[in-house]
Design a protein around this ligand. Structure first.
Ligand SMILES: Nc1ncnc2c1ncn2[C@@H]1O[C@H](COP(=O)(O)OP(=O)(O)O)[C@@H](O)[C@H]1O
Ligand SMILES: [Mg+2]
Length: 360
């Protein structure tokens, strides 16, 4: 599936394919990534993300297809002549060189003069907030700091495109969140196209201008974080991002019947004929257990499970035999413990019909 055509393409993939032996791991990928975009490839382990990045970087030859960087065909260009740099998950720093020399490495190799190197290195270290660590060896740095050195070392070459392969995966959660925000702000500041690979949906949603959801070497859906979360177009996309309340049923007269007693209206859906098997999903935070408004679709049910998550409480509501819905409620400021639902409570699960998403 192709994304929208772009006016200022930075990376263009056409029919990009990689086979190892008889196994196709990247399958006719078409993507248009725009200049200055923060673009994420999101998918489970083994879906072909790293293989795709390695082909764009030039470390691996495509079996078929073309790669353009800045409008120029680089499919047969050697890696060092492509206007891209890569940051990997493992911080491949030179342990015997201090931070300053690690960051300046690329410019020294290009034969840039000493004073220009010093100036650029100082700027990069400011950018990644390591100005005071210039003379330290990498072994004295934390994981997050080492990854910032790797980032500075890649950015100093001012590539058109920075490829990032799960660069935060080795960091603990808190540091990871902090680095996500930092990376995003650095990208905004330098304006370079970032092609970011991750298997972490929160990371992809919170950082990206657009996300491509990948499965088995194929892009399942490509769009803004809101597009792919609110309007998933495939069962895989709906299930991979967030909790999806996925139900299977038959299309009939503007509704999806998911059980003998439950028929869910889906007014926005087109293109199915009566009797077609379809899947249907509604996100947990779209479902309300109180304060229903007119026009909501409502299903009576019973609370079967509750779990408290601090800012939210998650409920599992049984709405029929073998049919449950997961519901996420905000724990509002005035709410007391006794205001929350308990197992056994009878409730009505309601949502606006427009929040029902039908997947073929
Ligand atoms: N050099 C290789 N030879 C054979 N198979 C490979 C090679 N590199 C990757 N693969 C296979 O290709 C698939 C995709 O791998 P990869 O691109 O690393 O996935 P991801 O980065 O999404 O986890 C995996 O099944 C992997 O085992
Ligand atoms: Mg990988």
């Amino acid at each position: 599936m192709s994304s929208a055509p772009t006016t200022n393409p930075s990376v263009t993939l056409r029919g990009l394919t990689k086979r190892f032996g008889g196994t196709t791991v990247v399958d006719h990928l078409d993507l248009d990534i725009e200049s200055g975009e923060f673009f994420s490839l999101l998918g489970p382990s083994g879906c072909g993300k790293t293989t795709t990045l390695r082909m764009i970087a030039g470390f691996s030859d495509p079996t078929e297809g073309t790669i353009l960087v800045g409008g120029e065909d680089v499919t047969s260009t050697p890696p060092h002549k492509r206007d891209v740099n890569t940051v990997f998950q493992s911080y491949a720093l030179f342990e015997h060189l201090d931070v300053r020399r690690n960051v300046g490495f690329g410019l020294r190799r290009k034969g840039v003069d000493r004073s220009s190197i010093d100036k650029r290195v100082a700027e990069m270290l400011e950018l990644v907030e390591l100005g005071d660590r210039a003379k330290d060896k990498p072994s004295r740095l934390s994981g997050g700091q080492r990854q910032r050195v790797a980032l500075a070392r890649a950015l100093i070459n001012q590539p058109k495109v920075l490829l990032l392969d799960e660069p935060l995966a080795a960091l603990d959660l808190k540091l990871r969140r902090a680095m996500q925000a930092e990376l995003k702000s650095i990208q905004r500041e330098v304006g370079i196209t970032f092609l970011f690979v991750t298997h972490d949906q929160d990371e992809a949603l919170s950082m990206s201008d657009r996300v491509a959801i990948m499965c088995d070497g194929v892009v399942e859906q490509c769009g803004t974080p809101e597009d792919v979360y609110e309007r998933p177009t495939s069962v895989f996309a709906a299930g991979f991002i967030g909790t999806s309340n996925l139900m299977n049923g038959l299309w009939s007269d503007g509704c999806v019947s998911v059980s003998p007693t439950v028929s869910i209206p889906a007014p926005g859906h087109q293109g199915s004929a009566d009797g077609d098997p379809v899947s249907v999903t509604v996100r947990p935070e779209k479902i309300w257990l109180t304060e229903h408004t007119p026009g909501m679709f409502r299903l009576p049910g019973t609370i079967v499970e509750t779990s408290y998550h601090g800012a939210t409480t998650q409920y599992v509501v049984s709405v029929g035999p073998d049919l449950t819905l997961t519901v996420l409620e905000q724990n509002l400021p005035r709410m007391r413990a006794e205001d929350r639902w308990s197992p056994g409570d009878r409730v009505e699960a309601g949502w606006l019909p427009e929040h029902t998403v039908v997947l073929r």
